[in-house]
Ligand binder design. Structure first.
Ligand SMILES: *Cc1c(COP(=O)(O)O)cnc(C)c1O
Length: 379
């Protein structure tokens, strides 16, 4: 039934062998920089590439500061700590996200609250957020108190799903009015812009991931971007074991974390960043190709939302229903074309099943219909 789609994807990738969902592409200075890094012997947490990367990604994103981390999850963890999320605090996020978002909340002892996503973005819905806050919270002493649990809602973590920006300016506005700190999970949206501004730079803090499956990679890695000098300084301190800078003394002024990105990963990443604009162009063209092809099919291709420029990290199809989706998943995956449903929603996982939820109609709708199709840069 989906033979034509399988053929089409095999033609795009000029391959009858296994076609992965998203593979990294190394076509620039990766070998050169990594070799230079090894030759210098500075492969770990000290070295010029970490500093070079931080400077370059901050400039690229239009943020004042960037702090490189060991991965996106550690960047989220530290960001939540900086938002002062402690034992029993609450954090609003979407149920339709990757588990790292919610794990990081739990690392701090916090509890997620799940709000719905928008139909046109797949990201956190400002309208749903507004309704939830209006019906369930009271502002007391510049804190947003959850009427049901009596706990403080400290932060909100909207996520830019598959690289498509959510309506982040409205979310930030609503959170500001409720004294809620905004951390953007921009792990998937490196290179994506909303209203000409890079995702991750709307909230007080933004988090990116450079895992192997993301648009650019350091093997494993992440970063925090911010315009707040104090937060940037604290982020760097917390991620470097809270060591008080000194030429020889080992002095630490709090419990810190070993979350710094190693220099060898940063070397790889600096080379990747040099090709980001090429990747973005290539992936945009691929998305256009898919969009044209799927116009003739009985299911739809998910396009970037209005006022946005998406990185089209993972291309998405929306099926008529779960049955059709499952048929497609089975046919493609047994034909060596890798496709994947969206994550099982967070409130269905055992560790978050008791979480408070808003209405999740749109999340449920996407859950039954989304399939990601091969999205690697075309050679
Ligand atoms: C990839 C990802 C992360 C985590 O990044 P890692 O670098 O894999 O730790 C967090 N949130 C979302 C939405 C992601 O897709």
């Amino acid at each position: 039934m989906f033979k034509d789609v399988i053929n089409f994807i095999q033609e795009i990738y000029k391959s009858k062998d296994f076609i992965p969902l998203h593979e990294p592409k190394f076509c620039g200075n990766e070998n050169k920089y990594v070799k230079e890094c090894i030759d210098s012997s500075f492969v770990s947490s000290i070295g010029k590439y970490v500093d070079v990367f931080e400077e370059k990604i901050a400039k690229y994103a239009g943020a004042k500061f960037a702090v490189a981390t060991s991965n996106g999850t550690s960047a989220l963890h530290v960001s939540l700590l900086l938002a002062n999320v402690n034992q029993n605090d609450e954090v609003i996020t979407q149920s339709l996200t990757f588990v790292a978002t919610c794990n990081a909340i739990r690392y701090c002892g916090g509890h997620p609250i799940f709000i719905d996503v928008d139909k046109d973005t797949m990201g956190l819905s400002p309208a749903a957020l507004k309704v939830f806050l209006k019906e369930n919270t009271t502002i007391k002493n510049k804190q947003c108190i959850n009427n049901i649990t009596g706990k403080v809602i400290k932060a909100c973590v909207p996520m830019h799903t598959f690289g498509h920006p959510c309506k982040i300016d409205e979310i930030k506005q609503i959170c500001d009015e409720h004294y809620i700190f905004v951390i953007e999970d921009a792990a998937e949206s490196v290179g994506s812009k909303y209203k000409d501004k890079h995702t991750g730079t709307f909230g007080q803090l933004g988090v990116m991931s450079f895992n192997g499956n993301k648009i650019i990679t350091s093997g494993g890695g992440g970063c925090i971007v911010t315009n707040d000098k104090v937060l940037a300084k604290k982020a760097k301190h917390l991620t470097t074991t809270a060591k008080v800078p000194h030429k020889w003394d080992f002095n630490h002024d709090m419990v810190g974390y070993n979350y710094r990105m190693p220099n060898i990963n940063a070397a790889l990443l600096v080379a990747q960043l040099e090709n980001l604009n090429y990747f973005l162009k290539n992936k945009r063209k691929l998305a256009k190709t898919y969009e044209e092809f799927f116009k003739t099919q009985e299911y739809t291709f998910f396009k970037e939302p209005k006022l946005s420029k998406s990185n089209y990290w993972l291309n998405t199809l929306l099926f008529k229903d779960k049955k059709q989706r499952d048929k497609f998943l089975k046919e493609t995956n047994t034909s060596n074309v890798m496709t994947r449903p969206i994550w099982i929603m967070m409130h269905k996982l055992p560790m978050f099943e008791n979480a408070q939820c808003g209405d999740l109609t749109n999340s449920e709708w996407f859950n039954d219909r989304v399939v990601n199709i091969p999205s690697s840069v075309i050679k």
